[in-house]
Design a protein around this ligand. Structure first.
Ligand SMILES: CCCCCCCC(=O)SCCNC(=O)CCNC(=O)[C@H](O)C(C)(C)COP(=O)(O)OP(=O)(O)OC[C@H]1O[C@@H](n2cnc3c(N)ncnc32)[C@H](O)[C@@H]1OP(=O)(O)O
Length: 219
């Protein structure tokens, strides 16, 4: 894919960094992401008094000032090195630097893609249950990932149809996505989300390898 083909919104940053250095950088930032995510959950559930809230806000502002002394602008985008590594750590579903992203953990399986997560207070919709918007994001991302692996390129959600079968209780959940059928540039992907109650939501989606990302012979 050439830069000329890439749309203007596709932020891409090339970095001179080795795989080992990247792993070190990941080990530096992931704990911060986890702590910020924990902070969100604690803030929701905390019942401390006004003095403790004021003190916590001071510390949070101080942390923000420290992190803000050197920042990029806009979004994280897609970073790449010349060894073919690519990392999009701002991604809203799985970005290593994105505490807003749910704590999805990809588990290798032979048939498609599996993500596991333990959803806490920050993901609540109906009382005690996972918000339907988060369910859509998880189904969308797992399906997109399954298409991406099979298509070996960036597949975009064209259409996603979801059936919410029963409330998804907060706690451990598993998403499983697999490609049902495919043509050269189009993938029909099915996905389920399950908890200890069984399958709580299922989806069928059409994922398309975008025209601008195809090799000439694939168009
Ligand atoms: C590893 C990371 C996983 C990430 C997963 C996350 C997925 C996301 O959230 S992506 C963000 C949400 N989606 C978007 O923003 C997509 C916006 N739409 C687009 O960019 C384009 O319309 C796009 C890419 C879907 C299709 O455009 P284009 O590449 O021009 O497709 P085009 O060549 O016309 O069509 C190719 C095939 O797809 C079909 N198709 C096109 N659009 C759609 C659609 N919306 N729904 C269903 N089928 C479609 C066409 O009918 C055609 O089928 P066939 O080959 O059988 O004739």
């Amino acid at each position: 894919m050439s830069n000329e083909q890439r749309p203007v919104w596709h932020k891409r940053v090339t970095e001179a960094i080795s795989a080992d250095e990247l792993a070190e950088r990941e080990a530096l930032w992931v704990p911060l992401t986890e702590e910020v995510r924990e902070l969100v959950s604690t803030a929701i559930l905390s019942e401390v008094d006004e003095h403790a809230v004021a003190l916590a806000r001071q510390h949070i502002r101080a942390a923000q000032e420290i992190l803000g002394t050197k920042v990029d602008t806009g979004s994280f985008g897609m970073h790449v090195n010349d060894e073919g590594l690519a990392w999009n750590w701002g991604n809203a579903a799985t970005g290593q630097k994105n505490a807003v992203a749910p704590p999805l953990c990809q588990v290798p399986i032979a048939d498609g893609v599996r993500y596991e997560a333990d959803f806490g207070a920050g993901y609540e919709g109906p009382p005690g249950c996972l918000h339907g918007g988060w369910i859509a994001l998880i189904l969308d991302h797992a399906s997109g990932r399954a298409a991406h692996l099979e298509g070996n390129g960036p597949t975009f959600t064209g259409t996603l149809t979801i059936r919410y079968l029963q409330p998804t209780r907060l706690g451990p959940a598993v998403a499983h996505a697999w490609v049902e059928t495919r043509t050269a540039n189009k993938f029909v992907v099915r996905c389920t989300l399950s908890t200890e109650d069984g399958v709580t939501a299922e989806s069928e989606g059409v994922f398309v390898l975008a025209r601008w990302a195809r090799k000439p012979q694939e168009d």
